[in-house]
Design a protein around this ligand. Structure first.
Ligand SMILES: *Cc1c(COP(=O)(O)O)cnc(C)c1O
Length: 360
């Protein structure tokens, strides 16, 4: 069986050594020493002065919206994981879907201004599959219209833009350390901002709003993460360069083998260093996509229709916008299996199965 992804697992002994310390200290959560050490190592690795480790990426998005005090309408992408728009609704705001670029799969900056109304307070964009958005153009529009920018950078660990971690951009950037992501802490998330004031506020929000033993600075929530999750992060981060190198070589091998089959690949931002977190391919029509899925599944290969469906078409969101590019890509895209222990022979088998299906 070849699933779409498998979590990276570090050597057990390296996690056990860290857990031995947890047993000695009997300190399991609430800003413990491993959480602090993990945050320090992340800052060092990413070259960022501020960040917060939280319990998942979804809550990180919610804390970001809360910290910026957003209300009204938030311009967002229809081509993302459902958590991106769920969080907007959960925080009492309205998602306004703006279509994506057909080549980058990211929010199309040329369509944003037409969607701005007096109720618009922010832009929440996803760097799809770790490929940075048109960051400079979005910043320009946001400044002109006094909007906040949040980036859903859930896929972005290891991606950079203009030689800086992509987490450095936007008023706030969030990531996910979920087990399915390239770098993970089982469950976990990260909050990033260059503003010390926002980081302080989000640190209060993460911990019930406490700013003293019996005093509160904010109406907070429980966004803390535990010593166990930090232990997994500390064990995994030692392998991050190996993980990134492996992804890169597997992705390049895939691209070589998938040449000349009439498939579309994601066009990568030329100012970025990409992390190869996913292996998306777009087929010519949705019928051939379904046929390929069937053929792969018959051979115990499980790609994922990701992202599907386009978020603006989900009845829960009551959206009237049509986003033709996103809807079209969503109906034709597959993320092919990509994980640390995948082999070139696995890729050969996957590609052969796709080829046979397309020519049958
Ligand atoms: C995974 C993911 C999230 C949610 O992160 P969790 O840690 O699973 O809550 C949000 N947005 C995108 C684009 C994701 O892929």
């Amino acid at each position: 069986m070849i699933p779409v992804t498998k979590p990276f697992l570090p050597p057990k002994e390296e996690v056990y050594q860290l857990l031995d310390q947890v047993w000695e200290r009997q300190w399991l959560t609430n800003n413990g020493p491993l959480v602090n050490e993990f945050e320090d190592q992340l800052k060092k690795y990413l070259g960022l002065p501020h960040l917060l480790f939280v319990n998942n990426g979804t809550l990180a998005l919610q804390i970001a919206i809360k910290a910026l005090g957003l209300s009204g309408e938030i311009i967002t992408t229809p081509f993302s994981f459902i958590a991106t728009s769920n969080c907007i609704v959960w925080e009492g705001c309205k998602p306004v879907f703006v279509d994506i670029c057909a080549d980058s799969f990211n929010l199309d900056p040329s369509l944003i201004e037409a969607a701005i109304t007096p109720a618009t307070t922010a832009i929440l964009a996803t760097h799809v599959f770790g490929n940075p958005c048109a960051i400079d153009e979005i910043a320009k529009i946001a400044t002109k219209h006094k909007l906040k920018v949040i980036y859903d950078a859930a896929h972005c660990f290891g991606s950079s833009y203009q030689n800086q971690s992509v987490f450095a951009y936007g008023d706030i950037s969030i990531t996910s350390f979920h087990a399915t992501k390239l770098f993970h802490t089982v469950e976990g998330g990260g909050l990033f901002s260059n503003s010390v004031a926002l980081i302080e506020k989000m640190a209060f929000l993460r911990n019930f709003g406490y700013n003293g033993p019996h005093t509160f600075a904010e109406v907070g929530i429980n966004g803390k993460n535990s010593e166990f999750h930090a232990a997994m992060g500390l064990a995994n981060i030692k392998y991050i360069d190996e993980i990134l190198d492996k992804r890169k070589s597997l992705s390049n091998y895939y691209r070589g083998q998938l040449q000349d089959m009439g498939l579309q690949f994601q066009e990568l931002n030329t100012h970025s260093n990409y992390n190869h977190s996913y292996m998306p391919v777009v087929f010519q029509d949705s019928a051939s996509t379904s046929k390929v899925v069937e053929a792969l599944e018959a051979n115990h290969i499980f790609p994922r229709r990701y992202f599907y469906p386009s978020l603006n078409t989900i009845p829960l969101f009551n959206a009237s916008e049509s986003c033709q590019v996103s809807e079209s890509i969503a109906s034709r895209i597959l993320c092919l299996p990509l994980y640390h222990t995948l082999t070139p022979a696995d890729i050969d088998f996957i590609v052969l199965t796709i080829k046979q299906s397309l020519s049958s």
